[in-house]
Design a protein around this ligand. Structure first.
Ligand code: CAA
Length: 261
């Protein structure tokens, strides 16, 4: 297995990969090296046939406190522009396997944007979200203006990003940005995310990945194009052994045995 400095990777359950952001002294601030490792790990996991779903988490205190301010504070426009600063963050969008963010503590700036890149967001009661970029003289750079606006609507996204105020786990759920608040105890949100990932990983991986692609089409495409994408993916499943097995198992009143083919 690969050795990383700023992240930890493990396999807490069969079929599940857990990626833990691990720069505790900097509250998991997302520097260039961390994101390079995260992208590499996610692409290796995506290619690993043993893995069906991915959990990304941080620590109890911080999912991630943002892009690394110390690393970028003296950056020039020429450097940022010519080296496409933060463009590599969007590689996460090409991961086929479902990604669950288990968020405890601070998810600020780029940390909030990373959580918004996940397919499912579970929040611990102490989760604190925010896009405070405006307070340090810049704007969201990791997709916040787009994904947060799609998640919570224009008026809230404007209010949140123009003031930089933080919001709670309960607010994130009420606004549809997170699916639920999980647990009270330490590590509970990670355990729940791993259990959810294991449940997903036990399904047909082709169906799971096509379903993720179909839901994502709702964010990228207009309605009729999105409906066509969904129908094409639905039709495609009839070419898979897993569709035959899944439907045969239903009719024969037994558990399906998916082969991811
Ligand atoms: N970048 C670099 N270092 C950071 C950091 C960040 N985003 N967030 C925290 N740290 C560092 C602190 O500098 C501190 O390091 P030292 O011990 O060397 O001083 C260490 O982590 C612990 O942080 P604090 O002492 O500040 O901890 P706290 O509990 O008092 O406060 C906090 C926690 C409220 C999260 C505070 O650290 C904070 O406000 N962090 C910055 C949040 C922020 O502005 N994020 C947005 C960044 S911009 C961005 O992300 C752009 C984008 O869209 C991609």
């Amino acid at each position: 297995t690969a050795k990383y400095e700023s992240i930890l990777t493990s396999r807490p359950e069969p079929g599940v990969a857990l990626v833990t952001l691990n720069r505790p002294k900097a509250l998991n601030a997302l520097n260039v090296a961390l994101f390079r490792e995260l992208n590499e790990a996610l692409h290796l996991i995506d290619a690993d046939k043993e893995i069906g779903a991915i959990v990304i988490t941080g620590s109890e205190k911080a999912f991630a406190a943002g892009a690394d301010i110390k690393q970028m504070k003296d950056k020039s426009f020429a450097d940022a522009y010519q080296n496409k600063f933060l463009e590599s963050w969007q590689q996460i969008a090409s991961i086929r396997k479902p990604i669950i963010a288990a968020v405890s503590g601070y998810a600020l700036g780029g940390g909030c944007e990373l959580a918004l890149m996940a397919d499912i967001l579970l929040a611990a009661p102490n989760a604190q979200f925010g896009q405070p970029e405006v307070k340090i003289g810049t704007v969201t750079g990791g997709g916040g203006s787009q994904r947060l606006t799609r998640a919570v609507g224009k008026s809230r996204a404007m209010e949140l990003t123009l003031t930089g105020r933080t919001w709670s786990a309960q607010e994130a759920v009420a606004w549809g940005m997170a699916s639920r608040v999980v647990g009270e105890g330490d590590g509970e949100v990670v355990r729940e995310a791993v259990a959810l990932a294991a449940e997903i990983a036990a399904k047909s991986q082709i169906a799971v990945q096509a379903q993720k692609e179909a839901v994502n089409a709702a964010f990228e495409q207009g309605l009729s194009e999105g409906l066509r994408t969904e129908r094409r993916l639905f039709h495609m499943t009839f070419a898979t052994a897993d569709q035959k097995e899944g439907m045969a198992a239903f009719v024969e009143k037994r558990k399906p045995n998916f082969t991811n083919s």
